[in-house]
Ligand binder design. Sequence first.
Ligand SMILES: Cc1cc2nc3c(=O)[nH]c(=O)nc-3n(C[C@H](O)[C@H](O)[C@H](O)COP(=O)(O)OP(=O)(O)OC[C@H]3O[C@@H](n4cnc5c(N)ncnc54)[C@H](O)[C@@H]3O)c2cc1C
Length: 409
Amino acid sequence: MDTDKRIAIIGAGPAGLMAAQTLAERGFGVDVYDAMPSMGRKFLMAGKSGLNITHGEDADSFLLRYMSPDDRLTGMVRTFGSRDVIAWMEDLCIGTLTGPTGRVFPSMMKASPLLRAWLYLLQEKGVRLFTRHRWTGWTPEGALSFRTPEGDRLISTAATVFAMGGGSWKRLGSDGAWAPILSERGAFITPFKPSNCGFDIAWSNRMMEEFDGAPVKNIRMSTYTEDGNVVSRAEFVITKRGVESGGIYMLSSALRAQLEDQGTATLNIDLLPDISHADLAARLHRSRGKQSRSNFLRKVTGLTRVKMALLHEFTPREVMDDTYALAAAIKSLPLFLTGTAPLDQAISTAGGVDWAALDDNLMLTALPGCFCAGEMIDWDAPTGGYLITACLATGRAAGMGVANWLSQN
Ligand SMILES: Cc1cc2nc3c(=O)[nH]c(=O)nc-3n(C[C@H](O)[C@H](O)[C@H](O)COP(=O)(O)OP(=O)(O)OC[C@H]3O[C@@H](n4cnc5c(N)ncnc54)[C@H](O)[C@@H]3O)c2cc1C
Protein backbone atom coordinates (compact mmCIF):
# COMPACT_ATOMS: atom_id res chain seq x y z
CA MET A 1 0.00 0.00 0.00
CA ASP A 2 1.31 3.44 -0.98
CA THR A 3 0.86 5.52 2.16
CA ASP A 4 2.06 9.06 1.36
CA LYS A 5 -1.17 11.01 1.31
CA ARG A 6 -1.30 13.26 -1.69
CA ILE A 7 -4.32 14.44 -3.66
CA ALA A 8 -5.33 12.13 -6.49
CA ILE A 9 -6.85 13.53 -9.66
CA ILE A 10 -8.38 10.77 -11.75
CA GLY A 11 -8.73 11.71 -15.41
CA ALA A 12 -6.26 13.85 -17.35
CA GLY A 13 -8.63 15.83 -19.54
CA PRO A 14 -9.03 19.61 -19.27
CA ALA A 15 -11.09 19.35 -16.06
CA GLY A 16 -8.66 17.08 -14.21
CA LEU A 17 -5.57 18.97 -15.33
CA MET A 18 -7.09 22.30 -14.25
CA ALA A 19 -7.94 20.81 -10.84
CA ALA A 20 -4.31 19.63 -10.61
CA GLN A 21 -2.97 23.08 -11.53
CA THR A 22 -5.26 24.83 -9.03
CA LEU A 23 -4.10 22.58 -6.19
CA ALA A 24 -0.41 22.54 -7.15
CA GLU A 25 -0.41 26.36 -7.23
CA ARG A 26 -1.69 26.28 -3.65
CA GLY A 27 1.19 24.09 -2.57
CA PHE A 28 -0.56 20.70 -2.40
CA GLY A 29 1.08 17.45 -3.48
CA VAL A 30 -0.88 16.24 -6.49
CA ASP A 31 -0.84 13.03 -8.55
CA VAL A 32 -2.79 12.71 -11.80
CA TYR A 33 -3.87 9.26 -12.97
CA ASP A 34 -5.27 8.35 -16.38
CA ALA A 35 -6.34 4.99 -17.77
CA MET A 36 -4.86 5.66 -21.20
CA PRO A 37 -1.22 5.37 -22.34
CA SER A 38 -1.06 9.18 -22.68
CA MET A 39 -2.83 12.20 -21.21
CA GLY A 40 -5.60 14.37 -22.67
CA ARG A 41 -6.59 12.23 -25.65
CA LYS A 42 -10.04 13.75 -26.10
CA PHE A 43 -8.59 17.25 -25.69
CA LEU A 44 -6.13 16.44 -28.50
CA MET A 45 -8.94 15.07 -30.66
CA ALA A 46 -10.95 18.24 -30.02
CA GLY A 47 -7.99 20.14 -31.47
CA LYS A 48 -7.72 18.02 -34.59
CA SER A 49 -9.60 20.44 -36.78
CA GLY A 50 -8.95 23.52 -34.60
CA LEU A 51 -9.33 23.60 -30.81
CA ASN A 52 -12.28 25.90 -30.21
CA ILE A 53 -11.43 26.48 -26.58
CA THR A 54 -13.81 29.31 -25.67
CA HIS A 55 -15.98 32.05 -27.18
CA GLY A 56 -15.45 35.80 -27.21
CA GLU A 57 -19.09 36.91 -26.83
CA ASP A 58 -20.14 39.03 -23.84
CA ALA A 59 -20.42 37.23 -20.49
CA ASP A 60 -24.24 37.30 -20.29
CA SER A 61 -24.75 35.79 -23.76
CA PHE A 62 -21.99 33.29 -22.96
CA LEU A 63 -23.70 32.08 -19.80
CA LEU A 64 -27.03 31.64 -21.62
CA ARG A 65 -25.46 28.79 -23.64
CA TYR A 66 -25.33 26.52 -20.61
CA MET A 67 -28.14 24.16 -19.79
CA SER A 68 -27.79 22.95 -16.26
CA PRO A 69 -30.40 22.01 -13.70
CA ASP A 70 -28.33 23.95 -11.16
CA ASP A 71 -27.09 27.57 -11.03
CA ARG A 72 -23.75 26.56 -9.60
CA LEU A 73 -22.40 25.79 -13.06
CA THR A 74 -22.96 29.29 -14.39
CA GLY A 75 -21.51 30.69 -11.14
CA MET A 76 -18.32 28.72 -11.81
CA VAL A 77 -18.18 29.79 -15.46
CA ARG A 78 -18.75 33.40 -14.40
CA THR A 79 -15.75 33.08 -12.06
CA PHE A 80 -13.58 31.42 -14.71
CA GLY A 81 -14.91 32.42 -18.14
CA SER A 82 -13.58 33.12 -21.59
CA ARG A 83 -11.28 35.99 -20.55
CA ASP A 84 -9.73 33.80 -17.87
CA VAL A 85 -9.26 30.97 -20.38
CA ILE A 86 -7.44 33.35 -22.73
CA ALA A 87 -5.28 34.73 -19.88
CA TRP A 88 -4.48 31.20 -18.72
CA MET A 89 -3.34 30.26 -22.24
CA GLU A 90 -1.20 33.39 -22.44
CA ASP A 91 0.48 32.35 -19.16
CA LEU A 92 1.37 29.13 -20.96
CA CYS A 93 2.81 31.25 -23.83
CA ILE A 94 0.01 30.13 -26.17
CA GLY A 95 -1.45 33.01 -28.17
CA THR A 96 -5.09 33.01 -29.22
CA LEU A 97 -7.01 33.98 -32.32
CA THR A 98 -10.67 34.82 -32.55
CA GLY A 99 -12.63 33.74 -35.64
CA PRO A 100 -15.27 35.88 -37.37
CA THR A 101 -18.08 34.35 -35.31
CA GLY A 102 -16.30 34.94 -32.00
CA ARG A 103 -14.91 31.43 -31.57
CA VAL A 104 -11.53 31.47 -29.83
CA PHE A 105 -8.69 29.10 -30.80
CA PRO A 106 -5.04 28.73 -29.83
CA SER A 107 -3.09 30.61 -32.52
CA MET A 108 -1.56 27.34 -33.73
CA MET A 109 -5.10 25.88 -33.84
CA LYS A 110 -4.08 22.46 -32.51
CA ALA A 111 -4.28 21.33 -28.88
CA SER A 112 -0.88 19.58 -28.78
CA PRO A 113 1.38 22.63 -28.11
CA LEU A 114 -1.01 23.76 -25.38
CA LEU A 115 -1.19 20.32 -23.77
CA ARG A 116 2.62 19.96 -23.91
CA ALA A 117 3.14 23.36 -22.25
CA TRP A 118 0.49 22.55 -19.65
CA LEU A 119 1.91 19.16 -18.68
CA TYR A 120 5.38 20.73 -18.48
CA LEU A 121 4.09 23.44 -16.13
CA LEU A 122 2.32 20.88 -13.94
CA GLN A 123 5.48 18.79 -13.61
CA GLU A 124 7.48 21.93 -12.79
CA LYS A 125 5.02 22.50 -9.96
CA GLY A 126 5.64 18.98 -8.64
CA VAL A 127 2.57 17.24 -10.08
CA ARG A 128 3.28 13.56 -10.78
CA LEU A 129 1.61 12.09 -13.86
CA PHE A 130 0.66 8.41 -14.10
CA THR A 131 -0.67 6.87 -17.31
CA ARG A 132 -2.10 3.34 -17.74
CA HIS A 133 -3.73 3.63 -14.32
CA ARG A 134 -7.38 2.66 -14.57
CA TRP A 135 -9.35 3.46 -11.45
CA THR A 136 -11.64 0.54 -10.61
CA GLY A 137 -13.05 1.46 -7.20
CA TRP A 138 -12.04 1.31 -3.53
CA THR A 139 -10.69 -1.34 -1.24
CA PRO A 140 -12.77 -2.11 1.88
CA GLU A 141 -10.24 0.06 3.79
CA GLY A 142 -11.01 3.03 1.52
CA ALA A 143 -7.87 3.08 -0.66
CA LEU A 144 -8.26 3.86 -4.36
CA SER A 145 -7.71 0.81 -6.51
CA PHE A 146 -6.03 1.12 -9.93
CA ARG A 147 -5.44 -1.50 -12.58
CA THR A 148 -1.99 -1.01 -14.14
CA PRO A 149 0.13 -3.12 -16.52
CA GLU A 150 2.18 -4.17 -13.44
CA GLY A 151 -0.91 -5.32 -11.55
CA ASP A 152 -3.29 -3.64 -9.12
CA ARG A 153 -2.05 -0.58 -7.22
CA LEU A 154 -3.72 0.67 -4.05
CA ILE A 155 -3.36 4.30 -3.06
CA SER A 156 -4.72 6.18 -0.09
CA THR A 157 -5.16 9.88 -0.60
CA ALA A 158 -5.90 13.08 1.30
CA ALA A 159 -8.68 13.80 -1.21
CA THR A 160 -9.67 12.68 -4.71
CA VAL A 161 -10.94 14.64 -7.71
CA PHE A 162 -12.83 12.54 -10.24
CA ALA A 163 -12.64 14.05 -13.73
CA MET A 164 -13.24 11.00 -15.89
CA GLY A 165 -15.33 12.67 -18.59
CA GLY A 166 -18.64 11.55 -20.09
CA GLY A 167 -19.48 8.44 -22.06
CA SER A 168 -18.73 9.25 -25.69
CA TRP A 169 -15.74 8.44 -27.91
CA LYS A 170 -14.78 5.57 -25.61
CA ARG A 171 -11.62 4.88 -27.55
CA LEU A 172 -10.21 8.16 -26.22
CA GLY A 173 -10.61 6.97 -22.62
CA SER A 174 -13.86 8.41 -21.26
CA ASP A 175 -16.10 5.37 -21.21
CA GLY A 176 -18.48 6.23 -18.37
CA ALA A 177 -17.51 3.04 -16.50
CA TRP A 178 -17.25 5.17 -13.35
CA ALA A 179 -21.03 5.69 -13.19
CA PRO A 180 -22.08 2.35 -11.62
CA ILE A 181 -19.11 2.48 -9.21
CA LEU A 182 -20.11 5.90 -7.84
CA SER A 183 -23.79 5.01 -7.94
CA GLU A 184 -23.19 1.93 -5.76
CA ARG A 185 -21.58 4.22 -3.20
CA GLY A 186 -24.70 6.38 -3.00
CA ALA A 187 -23.92 9.13 -5.54
CA PHE A 188 -27.01 9.91 -7.61
CA ILE A 189 -26.22 9.64 -11.34
CA THR A 190 -28.57 10.97 -14.04
CA PRO A 191 -28.58 8.65 -17.09
CA PHE A 192 -26.17 9.64 -19.89
CA LYS A 193 -27.62 11.24 -23.01
CA PRO A 194 -25.83 12.06 -26.27
CA SER A 195 -25.32 15.78 -26.86
CA ASN A 196 -23.88 17.68 -29.82
CA CYS A 197 -24.87 14.64 -31.81
CA GLY A 198 -26.40 13.56 -35.10
CA PHE A 199 -30.04 12.46 -35.45
CA ASP A 200 -31.83 9.62 -37.20
CA ILE A 201 -34.23 10.04 -40.11
CA ALA A 202 -36.05 7.23 -41.91
CA TRP A 203 -34.72 8.22 -45.37
CA SER A 204 -36.00 6.62 -48.54
CA ASN A 205 -33.52 4.31 -50.29
CA ARG A 206 -32.92 6.99 -52.89
CA MET A 207 -31.78 9.55 -50.29
CA MET A 208 -29.47 7.03 -48.64
CA GLU A 209 -27.93 5.82 -51.87
CA GLU A 210 -27.55 9.12 -53.74
CA PHE A 211 -26.98 11.67 -50.99
CA ASP A 212 -25.03 9.95 -48.19
CA GLY A 213 -22.31 12.49 -47.24
CA ALA A 214 -23.88 15.39 -49.17
CA PRO A 215 -23.67 18.79 -47.47
CA VAL A 216 -26.80 20.96 -47.53
CA LYS A 217 -25.53 24.54 -47.64
CA ASN A 218 -26.98 28.02 -47.33
CA ILE A 219 -29.99 27.08 -45.25
CA ARG A 220 -31.56 28.17 -42.00
CA MET A 221 -32.51 25.46 -39.50
CA SER A 222 -34.85 25.94 -36.61
CA THR A 223 -36.70 24.04 -33.97
CA TYR A 224 -38.69 24.98 -30.91
CA THR A 225 -38.13 24.84 -27.20
CA GLU A 226 -40.29 25.85 -24.24
CA ASP A 227 -38.61 29.28 -24.49
CA GLY A 228 -39.21 29.81 -28.22
CA ASN A 229 -37.45 28.97 -31.45
CA VAL A 230 -33.75 28.15 -31.69
CA VAL A 231 -32.05 28.81 -35.00
CA SER A 232 -28.84 27.74 -36.73
CA ARG A 233 -27.55 29.18 -40.02
CA ALA A 234 -24.82 26.54 -40.44
CA GLU A 235 -25.00 23.72 -42.99
CA PHE A 236 -25.74 20.06 -42.27
CA VAL A 237 -24.66 16.80 -43.84
CA ILE A 238 -26.91 13.94 -44.90
CA THR A 239 -25.77 10.58 -43.57
CA LYS A 240 -27.14 7.09 -44.12
CA ARG A 241 -28.78 7.21 -40.71
CA GLY A 242 -29.94 10.84 -40.74
CA VAL A 243 -28.32 14.25 -40.33
CA GLU A 244 -25.07 15.37 -38.72
CA SER A 245 -22.63 18.28 -38.29
CA GLY A 246 -21.99 21.45 -36.32
CA GLY A 247 -25.17 23.23 -37.42
CA ILE A 248 -27.26 20.36 -36.03
CA TYR A 249 -25.23 20.26 -32.80
CA MET A 250 -26.39 23.80 -32.03
CA LEU A 251 -29.95 22.47 -31.89
CA SER A 252 -29.22 19.07 -30.39
CA SER A 253 -30.44 19.65 -26.86
CA ALA A 254 -33.76 21.12 -28.08
CA LEU A 255 -34.22 18.24 -30.52
CA ARG A 256 -33.31 15.66 -27.89
CA ALA A 257 -35.87 17.18 -25.50
CA GLN A 258 -38.61 16.81 -28.16
CA LEU A 259 -37.61 13.21 -28.76
CA GLU A 260 -37.80 12.52 -25.02
CA ASP A 261 -41.23 14.16 -24.72
CA GLN A 262 -42.89 13.01 -27.92
CA GLY A 263 -40.79 10.21 -29.40
CA THR A 264 -40.19 12.34 -32.49
CA ALA A 265 -38.63 15.74 -33.18
CA THR A 266 -39.11 18.25 -35.97
CA LEU A 267 -36.26 20.13 -37.61
CA ASN A 268 -37.53 22.89 -39.89
CA ILE A 269 -35.34 23.85 -42.82
CA ASP A 270 -35.61 27.06 -44.79
CA LEU A 271 -34.09 25.90 -48.06
CA LEU A 272 -33.86 29.44 -49.46
CA PRO A 273 -33.24 31.77 -46.51
CA ASP A 274 -32.25 34.70 -48.74
CA ILE A 275 -35.57 34.76 -50.66
CA SER A 276 -38.75 35.93 -48.96
CA HIS A 277 -41.90 33.80 -48.98
CA ALA A 278 -43.72 36.45 -51.09
CA ASP A 279 -40.91 36.62 -53.66
CA LEU A 280 -40.74 32.85 -53.84
CA ALA A 281 -44.52 32.51 -54.30
CA ALA A 282 -44.40 35.12 -57.09
CA ARG A 283 -41.63 33.19 -58.87
CA LEU A 284 -43.55 29.90 -58.55
CA HIS A 285 -46.63 31.60 -59.94
CA ARG A 286 -44.96 32.27 -63.31
CA SER A 287 -46.13 30.23 -66.26
CA ARG A 288 -44.19 27.00 -66.57
CA GLY A 289 -45.01 26.52 -70.27
CA LYS A 290 -43.81 23.17 -71.54
CA GLN A 291 -41.11 22.72 -68.90
CA SER A 292 -41.33 19.74 -66.56
CA ARG A 293 -42.27 20.72 -63.02
CA SER A 294 -38.79 19.85 -61.72
CA ASN A 295 -36.98 21.89 -64.38
CA PHE A 296 -39.27 24.85 -63.80
CA LEU A 297 -38.82 24.66 -60.05
CA ARG A 298 -35.04 24.46 -60.30
CA LYS A 299 -34.85 27.39 -62.73
CA VAL A 300 -37.10 29.79 -60.83
CA THR A 301 -35.80 28.98 -57.35
CA GLY A 302 -32.16 27.98 -57.92
CA LEU A 303 -32.64 24.96 -55.61
CA THR A 304 -29.64 22.61 -55.80
CA ARG A 305 -30.03 18.90 -56.56
CA VAL A 306 -29.79 17.88 -52.92
CA LYS A 307 -32.32 20.53 -51.85
CA MET A 308 -34.71 19.36 -54.59
CA ALA A 309 -34.33 15.80 -53.31
CA LEU A 310 -35.09 16.92 -49.74
CA LEU A 311 -38.15 18.81 -50.94
CA HIS A 312 -39.46 15.78 -52.80
CA GLU A 313 -38.66 13.50 -49.85
CA PHE A 314 -40.87 15.42 -47.43
CA THR A 315 -43.53 17.13 -49.54
CA PRO A 316 -46.80 15.42 -50.52
CA ARG A 317 -47.79 15.62 -54.20
CA GLU A 318 -50.77 17.90 -53.53
CA VAL A 319 -48.45 20.46 -51.93
CA MET A 320 -46.05 20.28 -54.89
CA ASP A 321 -49.00 21.25 -57.10
CA ASP A 322 -50.04 24.23 -55.00
CA THR A 323 -47.92 27.37 -55.54
CA TYR A 324 -48.48 28.95 -52.12
CA ALA A 325 -48.21 25.70 -50.17
CA LEU A 326 -45.04 24.82 -52.09
CA ALA A 327 -43.45 28.20 -51.27
CA ALA A 328 -44.32 27.57 -47.62
CA ALA A 329 -42.77 24.09 -47.77
CA ILE A 330 -39.54 25.47 -49.27
CA LYS A 331 -39.37 28.13 -46.54
CA SER A 332 -40.09 25.68 -43.72
CA LEU A 333 -39.55 22.06 -44.68
CA PRO A 334 -40.16 19.78 -41.69
CA LEU A 335 -37.68 16.94 -41.29
CA PHE A 336 -38.99 14.33 -38.86
CA LEU A 337 -36.29 12.93 -36.60
CA THR A 338 -36.79 9.52 -35.07
CA GLY A 339 -33.85 9.26 -32.64
CA THR A 340 -30.37 10.41 -31.68
CA ALA A 341 -27.15 8.93 -32.99
CA PRO A 342 -25.50 6.55 -30.47
CA LEU A 343 -23.88 8.09 -27.38
CA ASP A 344 -20.42 6.91 -28.39
CA GLN A 345 -20.57 9.04 -31.56
CA ALA A 346 -21.68 12.20 -29.77
CA ILE A 347 -19.27 15.09 -29.21
CA SER A 348 -20.36 15.34 -25.58
CA THR A 349 -22.49 13.73 -22.90
CA ALA A 350 -25.36 15.25 -20.98
CA GLY A 351 -26.39 13.58 -17.74
CA GLY A 352 -23.88 12.23 -15.22
CA VAL A 353 -23.28 13.15 -11.59
CA ASP A 354 -26.44 14.88 -10.39
CA TRP A 355 -25.93 18.33 -8.85
CA ALA A 356 -27.99 17.19 -5.87
CA ALA A 357 -25.20 14.71 -5.12
CA LEU A 358 -22.63 17.54 -4.84
CA ASP A 359 -22.05 20.18 -2.21
CA ASP A 360 -20.85 23.71 -3.01
CA ASN A 361 -17.22 22.49 -3.08
CA LEU A 362 -18.22 19.93 -5.78
CA MET A 363 -17.72 17.21 -3.18
CA LEU A 364 -19.93 14.12 -3.32
CA THR A 365 -21.96 14.34 -0.14
CA ALA A 366 -22.15 10.53 -0.02
CA LEU A 367 -18.37 10.26 -0.30
CA PRO A 368 -16.58 12.88 1.82
CA GLY A 369 -13.18 13.77 0.32
CA CYS A 370 -14.27 12.84 -3.24
CA PHE A 371 -14.88 15.73 -5.66
CA CYS A 372 -16.11 15.85 -9.28
CA ALA A 373 -15.33 18.07 -12.28
CA GLY A 374 -15.91 18.41 -16.01
CA GLU A 375 -18.20 16.48 -18.31
CA MET A 376 -18.86 13.89 -15.58
CA ILE A 377 -21.32 16.33 -14.02
CA ASP A 378 -24.85 16.77 -15.37
CA TRP A 379 -24.76 19.87 -17.60
CA ASP A 380 -25.00 20.53 -21.31
CA ALA A 381 -23.74 23.15 -23.74
CA PRO A 382 -23.36 23.45 -27.50
CA THR A 383 -20.00 23.23 -29.26
CA GLY A 384 -18.34 26.60 -29.78
CA GLY A 385 -15.81 26.49 -26.91
CA TYR A 386 -18.48 26.30 -24.21
CA LEU A 387 -17.72 22.67 -23.33
CA ILE A 388 -14.02 23.04 -22.62
CA THR A 389 -14.56 26.37 -20.82
CA ALA A 390 -16.98 24.70 -18.39
CA CYS A 391 -14.61 21.75 -17.92
CA LEU A 392 -11.81 24.18 -17.00
CA ALA A 393 -14.13 26.21 -14.75
CA THR A 394 -15.42 23.16 -12.87
CA GLY A 395 -11.89 21.73 -12.66
CA ARG A 396 -10.75 24.94 -11.03
CA ALA A 397 -13.81 24.96 -8.72
CA ALA A 398 -13.16 21.36 -7.66
CA GLY A 399 -9.50 22.18 -6.95
CA MET A 400 -10.54 25.14 -4.80
CA GLY A 401 -13.20 22.92 -3.19
CA VAL A 402 -10.55 20.38 -2.16
CA ALA A 403 -8.38 23.19 -0.71
CA ASN A 404 -11.36 24.54 1.27
CA TRP A 405 -12.35 21.14 2.56
CA LEU A 406 -8.81 20.19 3.60
CA SER A 407 -8.44 23.47 5.45
CA GLN A 408 -11.51 22.58 7.52
CA ASN A 409 -10.77 18.88 8.14
C1 LIG B 1 -14.29 15.01 -31.85
C2 LIG B 1 -14.48 15.98 -30.70
C3 LIG B 1 -14.30 17.33 -30.91
C4 LIG B 1 -14.50 18.24 -29.85
N1 LIG B 1 -14.29 19.57 -30.08
C5 LIG B 1 -14.47 20.45 -29.07
C6 LIG B 1 -14.20 21.83 -29.26
O1 LIG B 1 -13.71 22.24 -30.32
N2 LIG B 1 -14.46 22.68 -28.22
C7 LIG B 1 -14.96 22.24 -27.02
O2 LIG B 1 -15.20 23.07 -26.11
N3 LIG B 1 -15.16 20.92 -26.79
C8 LIG B 1 -14.93 20.03 -27.79
N4 LIG B 1 -15.14 18.70 -27.55
C9 LIG B 1 -15.58 18.26 -26.20
C10 LIG B 1 -14.42 18.26 -25.18
O3 LIG B 1 -13.30 17.60 -25.73
C11 LIG B 1 -14.86 17.59 -23.89
O4 LIG B 1 -16.02 18.26 -23.41
C12 LIG B 1 -13.77 17.65 -22.83
O5 LIG B 1 -12.59 16.99 -23.26
C13 LIG B 1 -14.24 16.98 -21.53
O6 LIG B 1 -13.24 17.19 -20.60
P1 LIG B 1 -13.14 16.35 -19.26
O7 LIG B 1 -11.85 16.74 -18.62
O8 LIG B 1 -14.38 16.46 -18.48
O9 LIG B 1 -13.07 14.82 -19.75
P2 LIG B 1 -12.17 14.10 -20.85
O10 LIG B 1 -11.44 15.07 -21.70
O11 LIG B 1 -13.05 13.11 -21.49
O12 LIG B 1 -11.06 13.37 -19.97
C14 LIG B 1 -11.40 12.31 -19.10
C15 LIG B 1 -10.16 11.48 -18.86
O13 LIG B 1 -10.46 10.51 -17.86
C16 LIG B 1 -9.83 9.30 -18.18
N5 LIG B 1 -10.56 8.21 -17.53
C17 LIG B 1 -11.83 7.81 -17.75
N6 LIG B 1 -12.14 6.78 -16.94
C18 LIG B 1 -11.03 6.53 -16.19
C19 LIG B 1 -10.72 5.59 -15.16
N7 LIG B 1 -11.62 4.68 -14.74
N8 LIG B 1 -9.49 5.62 -14.61
C20 LIG B 1 -8.56 6.52 -15.00
N9 LIG B 1 -8.80 7.44 -15.98
C21 LIG B 1 -10.02 7.44 -16.56
C22 LIG B 1 -9.89 9.24 -19.70
O14 LIG B 1 -8.87 8.40 -20.21
C23 LIG B 1 -9.73 10.71 -20.10
O15 LIG B 1 -8.38 11.03 -20.39
C24 LIG B 1 -14.92 17.78 -28.57
C25 LIG B 1 -15.10 16.40 -28.37
C26 LIG B 1 -14.88 15.51 -29.41
C27 LIG B 1 -15.09 14.04 -29.17
